[in-house]
Ligand binder design. Structure first.
Ligand code: BES
Ligand code: MN
Ligand code: MN
Length: 468
């Protein structure tokens, strides 16, 4: 058994440079899922992944959806062995603002052992670790010791419309079977999160959900002179700030009626688990360039980030933003904002409460349009899942350090879908770091972690096989 793994690990060592070259070629494709101008490159990225699976003798399906294609692939079947479902996403966030990148976002560049490019950590680099670990087994051994299925989408960053239709059974005829049969597995694995810190790998057992909104306000039928007209009609920009301000108080408590209903409060045990991670607030402040941390009253930084719901404005527009002063009363204003949710909260309740509080605070003479962009609940998986022991062992061997268990504030909506549709838990094995800048300029991924992740993945297949 161990010998077999030695050969695999040697094969990985010998191919390390090639993995990096392949990663760079994938990162060169600008698969910006939200922007139709990039549809061709999005499809090319899907094709790259599809063809990779063909090259390692996996059975692969290209699934057209209402949005970007989904790639499903499957290792040669092994009897009496568990089945793992690996999810990843090949779409990336827009790279704007471009001028803040030190090197262009789709020209991967290596500095200090990191590759810099949009998608480096989120999620191309992390996702590829599982493709390469499978390649190692196939090329070195001709098969995997367990069954691995891949389920890779191109709309994670924009609400996963196509994937959700597929999960709802809409493409069953195209795929030739019910979707829950296609995806049936014992456990899921996703690498799209972070380690606790450099040199300290982690397994994430909880994620926050998200509810994303756009609010558009209309006032007078044209921009007005703010002197000639100001004070006589509502100003949409004033209205917008007033309405958004009503959503949260100075102690970081969200004011949407019913917002906190049903939340499972953190247990003392879990609070202690967080506290034992010895999070360094001073280092965090320094790293982020702020002179204070601030958030919901009576909670620690990790509790606020991982286990408390929040409200954040993601974008805001109205009025004059050019050089100098312009005395305008703008005709329109708008904002994009989102709530992070934790287990127990109800999307329906948040929605109706939000509609209510915005209406109550919308001044006379303003027309409001509220657009529900996408929503997903938070989730926590049981730490007692026996597969997690194998994962912890694999990560320990791959990184040389035992992983800690953490939660994360980000959202990966498919985790809940796997639980509800397939009845399986997801193991979030994150190879990234908190300062990788996903969604920001200068996104990066450590090439050492890329390799350690690949190694951990190859070991995981073995660990899971020896437990069956
Ligand atoms: N990989 C992230 C999720 C993530 C980020 C998990 C940081 C843990 C730490 C994922 O690609 C992502 O960005 N998800 C979106 C949600 C989606 C529905 C738009 C997010 O969290 O904003
Ligand atoms: Mn991601
Ligand atoms: Mn992301």
């Amino acid at each position: 058994m161990e010998r077999r793994l030695d050969n695999i690990l040697q094969w990985l060592d010998a191919n390390r440079k090639r993995f990096e070259q392949d990663l760079f070629s994938l990162l060169k494709l600008a698969s910006i899922g939200t922007d139709p101008a990039y549809d061709d490159q999005v499809r090319e990225t899907g094709k790259w992944i599809h063809d990779f699976f063909g090259s390692i003798d996996f059975e692969v399906k290209w699934i057209e959806t209402c949005g970007h294609p989904i790639i499903f692939a499957q290792s040669p079947p092994v009897d009496n062995a568990p089945t793992v479902l690996v999810y990843g996403h090949y779409d990336v966030q827009p790279p704007d603002p471009l001028e803040l990148w030190d090197t262009p976002p789709f020209e991967p560049a290596v500095r200090n052992g990191n590759v810099y490019a949009r998608g480096a950590t989120d999620d191309k680099g992390q996702m590829l670790t599982h493709l390469f670990s499978c390649e190692a087994w196939m090329k070195e051994k001709g098969s995997l010791p367990i069954n691995v299925k891949f389920f890779i989408e191109g709309e994670e960053e924009s609400g996963s419309k196509g994937m959700n239709e597929m999960l709802a059974g809409k493409y069953d005829a195209d795929i030739g079977m019910p979707v829950n049969e296609l995806l049936a597995a014992d456990v899921a694995v996703i690498s799209d999160t972070s380690q606790y810190g450099p040199g300290q790998p982690a397994i994430t057992y909880g994620l926050r959900g998200i509810y994303y909104w756009e609010l558009r306000l209309k006032g007078p039928n044209r921009d007005l002179h703010s002197g000639a007209f100001g004070g006589s009609v509502s100003n949409p920009a004033n209205a917008l700030t007033h309405m958004l301000d009503a959503l949260i108080d100075g102690d970081g408590r969200i004011q949407v009626p019913g917002f906190y209903d049903g939340i499972e409060e953190l247990s003392e045990k879990e609070r202690q688990l967080f506290a034992d991670l010895n999070f360094d607030d001073a280092a965090y402040m320094k790293e982020l360039g702020v002179d204070a941390i601030h958030g919901e009253k009576d909670f620690s930084t990790l509790e606020r980030r991982w286990a408390r719901p929040t409200f954040d404005i993601n974008g805001l527009w109205s009025g004059y933003q050019g050089e100098g002063a312009k005395t305008v009363l703008p005709a329109e204003a708008g904002a994009k904002f989102s709530f992070r949710l934790v287990p127990g909260q109800s999307l329906e309740k948040v929605k109706s409460g939000l509609e209510q509080i915005l209406k109550e605070n919308c001044p006379p003479g303003i027309q409001m349009e509220l657009i529900d962009m996408h929503g997903a609940s938070g989730c926590v998986v049981s730490i007692d899942n026996p597969f997690l022991k194998s994962a912890a062992e694999a990560v320990k061997k791959g990184f040389g350090v035992r992983p800690v268990f953490i939660r994360s504030g980000g959202s990966i909506p498919v985790v809940l879908a796997f639980k509800e549709l397939l009845g399986i838990d997801t193991m979030l094995l994150g190879w990234g770091l908190d300062d990788d800048n996903p969604h920001s300029p200068n996104e990066k991924f450590s090439l050492d972690d890329f390799f350690r992740g690949t190694r951990s993945s190859a070991i995981l297949w073995q660990e899971l096989a020896s437990k069956s």
